[in-house]
Write a protein that binds this ligand. Structure first.
Ligand SMILES: [Zn+2]
Length: 94
C-alpha cells in the first residue's frame, strides 16, 4: 500500500484500503485539489495509487492509446495493471 505524501509535517495525503483519497484540511494548499491545488489525478499519480483509486476518481476508463492522442496532449503513465493520464484523468485497465 502507498503510505502517502510525506512532508516535514508528516503524511498530508494518503489512500485508505478502499482507495479513498484522504487530504486533511491542514495539508498544504497544493494537496487541496478542491481548492485550487494540484488536480486529484496528479495527487493519485504522486501517491502511486492502485487501480481501485483510479476507478473511484478517474474521469473515464477509455485511455486507448490510439484515441488518447486525439483529445489529450498528455502522456499515459504506467500503473500496476493499468495505464493512466494525469492531464485528462482517464485510465485503462490492462
Ligand atoms: Zn490524457
Amino acid at each position: 500500500m502507498p503510505t502517502g505524501i510525506k512532508t516535514s509535517k508528516g503524511n498530508v495525503a494518503y489512500l485508505t484500503e478502499e482507495g479513498e483519497l484522504i487530504v486533511p484540511v491542514t495539508a498544504p494548499k497544493r494537496f487541496q485539489y478542491a481548492r485550487g491545488g494540484w488536480s486529484i489525478w496528479q495527487i493519485l499519480a504522486e501517491l502511486d495509487a492502485p487501480l481501485k483509486a483510479w476507478e473511484r476518481y478517474a474521469y473515464a476508463e477509455n485511455l486507448a492509446p490510439a484515441n488518447h492522442s486525439k483529445f489529450c496532449k498528455g502522456t499515459a503513465s504506467q500503473g500496476d495493471g493499468f495505464v493512466f493520464c494525469v492531464d485528462c484523468g482517464r485510465y485503462q485497465e490492462k
